[in-house]
Design a binder for this molecule. Structure first.
Ligand SMILES: [Fe+2]
Length: 303
């Protein structure tokens, strides 16, 4: 993981998108919804984004998931997938402030002894870490796309984003309950990873889930008046030292981003179909900051 500080270069009001899992090279990549997403990002002057990984499909013939019929004939080769992802991101390249690698890139990193497709795409697009990201140890070369998890510091907002590895589908009979279980699972997976972030997001699960802060009424006593009254705790950073703080976990936004890969396709049998998975939720999460204050995070589905 790396810690990236953008606090010097952000405007007071902006939006920040969390998107990932394009899987270019898979025939199910949703080109049109993704172009609608790009239009939305470009429609705001101060809209930025993090790409959460699995940018390319990167499934090679030795992989048990390999299915030639599920591949885009124009991008079966790895280098063509990297080129395709570069082309898809190019119009919004100036808005992408960070990129992660996902488990799909990881298989290539392992097989090639270190070639990381996410890094290659960032090199093609000129997406770099800010100057303040220094090598963590001797011989380390920080290159955008080289991390599975990033903690990003913005003025008054700090967030953690990771690709993630596990997935969870609730078996609750009621759909609303299932969604609630899945959002809770997202929170439980992310919560132990950091205590100093207002927002924590994962990708990988191809589901749009969001667990907003929970504001529960608490009773307090005012020692001056002796009166008891109810208060709703406000989101706050509780100092540990001059430079460290923690945030109570019930005041954190937890979420998982959708994907841009359809799971059911006409004419082919996908893994999702064999497994009976629920359909992929296309879309992204959007964080709104106004006058240096985090307003909210929301799910933005696309179709
Ligand atoms: Fe993915």
């Amino acid at each position: 993981m790396r810690y990236v500080d953008y606090s010097e270069e952000m405007p007071g009001s902006y939006e920040w998108w969390y998107f990932g899992d394009k899987h270019l090279g898979n025939i199910g990549y949703k080109r049109k919804p993704f172009s609608k997403f790009r239009v939305k990002v470009l429609s705001k002057k101060h809209a930025y984004a993090i790409d959460g990984g699995d940018g390319i499909e990167a499934i090679t013939p030795d992989d048990r998931r390999f299915n030639i019929d599920a591949m885009d004939p124009a991008a079966t080769r790895l280098d063509h997938q990297i080129e395709a992802e570069t082309r898809e991101l190019e119009p919004i390249a100036s808005r992408i402030k960070a990129k992660l690698f996902g488990n799909h890139e990881l298989t290539i990193i392992k097989k090639t002894n270190g070639i990381n497709p996410a890094v290659e795409v960032c090199k093609n697009l000129g997406i770099k870490y800010p100057e303040n990201v220094k090598p963590a140890f001797r011989g380390d070369k920080p290159l955008m796309g080289d991390s599975f998890t990033l903690k990003i510091n913005l003025p008054t907002v700090r967030f953690l984003a990771r690709h993630h590895m596990r997935n969870f589908t609730s078996r609750a009979q009621d759909e609303a309950m299932a969604e609630e279980h899945e959002a809770r699972w997202v929170k439980n997976q992310l919560r132990p990873l950091a205590a100093d972030c207002e927002v924590m997001v994962m990708f990988h699960v191809h589901k749009l889930r969001l667990r907003p802060p929970h504001q529960r009424l608490k009773m307090i006593n005012d020692s001056a008046t002796g009166k008891t009254r109810g208060v709703y705790p406000k989101p706050m950073r509780i100092p540990i030292s001059k430079t460290q703080y923690h945030i109570p976990h019930d005041q954190v936004w937890y979420g998982s981003s959708g994907a841009w890969l359809g799971s059911y396709e006409e004419g082919i049998t996908t893994y999702a179909e064999l497994g009976g998975f629920p359909p992929t939720e296309l879309g992204a999460l959007r964080m709104i900051v106004k006058n240096d204050k985090l307003q909210y995070v929301e799910k933005v589905p696309f179709s």
